[in-house]
Design a protein around this ligand. Structure first.
Ligand code: SF4
Length: 291
């Protein structure tokens, strides 16, 4: 596989507790990367050769601002393009946002993605706009991550992406949603499990090909080795999903299942939850499963 980007979950902590969060981010979440973790990961990423872009995200990475800043500087110094994903809680005003973003731009940040929707914040929250204004003043390109609330059924106009029914979204947002019979979910449509272009790395060391679906742990084996040796067809969870989607997964291991699900990720997440004890090194960590 040719990995083009790595996404560092700098922390699982977040100042928000969004219903649709697929990493169960919240203020009490455990797990933060250290500077030496980041430096080691970046060194390995350099060795892999194909990686061009490094993202810092979470949780909310601005909660560990100095560590993120150092990470941006280190990554840029190694020649990577660097992006950050944030909910913009820190952008109290345009002027204040300039103070946060200025040093990040100086360190080499070249992309700021801002979560900007009603699932992330109460109506009338001006912070994403303040962050964008400040970024524009610094010539820092921004993107908005807009996720539609699936409970808002009355709006015909589609304004953003759809919720991924994994993580907390399964607990909070599936009730009352239209569902389809479990037998139709024979394909994973959202992740390229066989040849992914990016992976997520978390503070516990797990390398995720989909949130909570690990292909190794960089605290136990070098990242370059994990990426170099990954073979989806011999991975105990990816292999059945590749052959038959979430249906393939439940049939391979005789997992009890419901009669219907909102989408393939909903079914997959529930099956993985049931399989965690059997495959603890692949279906981890607890943070990704809300435990
Ligand atoms: S939750 Fe399962 S079906 Fe959905 S993207 Fe991840 S691996 Fe694919």
């Amino acid at each position: 596989m040719e990995i083009k980007g790595i996404h560092l979950l700098l922390t699982y902590q977040c100042n928000f507790r969004c219903d649709h969060c697929f990493v169960w981010g919240c203020p009490e979440a455990k797990g933060v990367m250290t500077i030496s973790d980041i430096v080691e990961i970046l060194g390995e990423a350099s060795q892999i050769g194909s990686i061009a872009k490094v993202f810092f995200e979470g949780g909310e990475p601005f909660l560990y601002y100095p560590v993120m800043l150092r990470g941006i500087r280190e990554a840029r110094g190694m020649g990577f393009d660097v992006g950050v994903v944030t909910n913009a809680y820190w952008a109290t005003s345009r002027e204040d946002a300039l103070e946060w973003l200025g040093p990040m731009v100086d360190a080499g940040l070249s992309d700021l993605s801002i979560s900007d929707d009603l699932l992330h914040s109460a109506q009338g929250n001006e912070k994403p706009a303040s962050a964008r204004e400040a970024a524009a003043e610094l010539s820092l390109p921004t993107g908005s991550i807009v996720t539609e609330d699936p409970r808002e059924q009355d709006s015909d106009e589609k304004k953003g992406g759809s919720v991924m029914f994994r993580g907390r979204a399964v607990e909070k947002l599936t009730e009352g949603m239209p569902k389809e019979p479990w037998t139709v979910f024979t394909e994973c449509k959202r992740e390229k499990l066989e040849n992914p272009s990016r992976v997520h790395l978390d503070p516990m060391g797990f390398v995720h090909i989909c949130q909570g679906l690990a292909i190794g742990n960089y605290r136990e084996r070098p990242l370059s080795e994990i990426i170099g040796e990954y073979d989806a067809r011999s991975h105990p969870i990816c292999s059945p999903i590749l052959k038959g989607g979430p249906v393939g997964l439940v049939e391979s291991y005789g997992v009890p299942h419901a009669e219907d699900y909102v989408d393939e990720c909903h079914m997959c997440y529930c099956a993985r939850l049931a399989l965690r004890e059997r495959f603890p090194e692949y279906l981890a960590p607890d943070q990704m499963y809300g435990s």
